[in-house]
Design a binder for this molecule. Structure first.
Ligand SMILES: [Zn+2]
Length: 253
């Protein structure tokens, strides 16, 4: 039984002192593959140095996060785009829309998200999407890519059942992390309806640690805790959750 953490920030910026131990604990917990999303081009040096050290375990994404869009975003996008030629890059992320704190950069978010989705289509790379308080706006853009073969994960899925059903119909996976272990989360009902074959496990480490580590620094070795919560919902074995969710993520290739 092995797991994939489909979204974890396992690099120096977040694990200054003990990155090696964090990665070794993940591997010992059978989390043998971790996908590392970038947020800006500045995170790429740390990400690629981690990937160089653990080429069989860590897999980089390249992308510009919606809340990190700089003034000169064209310049930033051109830096990021060059990295896409690196054969180690497995996808584009994290990209998307986030209007939770502010709607000031709505137009820039739209442009940057759409541009990166175009890259994904042209290069046949899957995307890791961060969508927060912006499902209507993001889906409006994603509709333009309907039928294009675009694949990806709605990382840390926080939409409702209608958004979930739309997403799985389009072929996207729902990213399920620590939130699934919290009391009174609506995600339990949603994933039960959409089914195990449409979800990917993730930690979003160092954020969103599952219960009983809620509020502390998250890490990829906690994936089995999330998988057990999912197994409880589907009333199946954790091995089945591992097998199906691993296959789901590998199918994005
Ligand atoms: Zn993230």
């Amino acid at each position: 039984m092995t797991f994939i953490d489909s979204h974890g920030h396992l690099y120096k910026e977040y694990y200054e002192d003990d990155l090696d131990q964090v990665i070794l604990r993940a591997i010992q917990a059978d989390v043998t593959k971790v996908v590392l999303p970038s947020v800006t081009s500045q995170s790429l040096a740390d990400i690629f140095s981690a990937v160089e050290q653990y080429p069989d375990n860590l897999f980089p994404l390249v992308g510009l996060h919606p809340t990190d869009i700089p003034e000169d975003y064209e310049q930033e996008l051109s830096i990021l785009e060059k990295y896409l030629d690196d054969p180690r890059v497995v996808g584009i992320g994290e990209i998307g829309m986030d209007l939770y704190h502010s709607t000031d950069k709505l137009e820039e978010q739209r442009i940057v998200f759409a541009r990166q989705l175009e890259w994904a289509c042209q290069r046949r790379l899957p995307v890791s999407m961060h969508i927060r308080s912006a499902y209507a706006e993001a889906i409006e853009i994603l509709r333009e890519f309907s039928g294009s073969g675009l694949k990806g994960i709605l990382h840390c899925f926080s939409g409702g059942i209608q958004e979930a059903q739309w997403a799985v119909k389009e072929g996207y996976l729902l990213g399920v992390g620590g939130v699934i272990t919290f009391k009174n989360n609506k995600l339990k009902d949603i994933i039960k309806i959409v089914g195990l074959e449409h979800i990917a496990l993730e930690t979003d480490a160092p954020f969103l640690a599952p219960t009983p580590y809620r509020g502390t620094r998250n890490e990829s070795s906690y994936i089995p805790i999330i998988a057990q919560a999912v197994a409880d919902i589907f009333e199946c074995s954790i091995e089945k959750v591992a097998d199906v969710t691993t296959a789901n993520v590998l199918n994005l290739k």
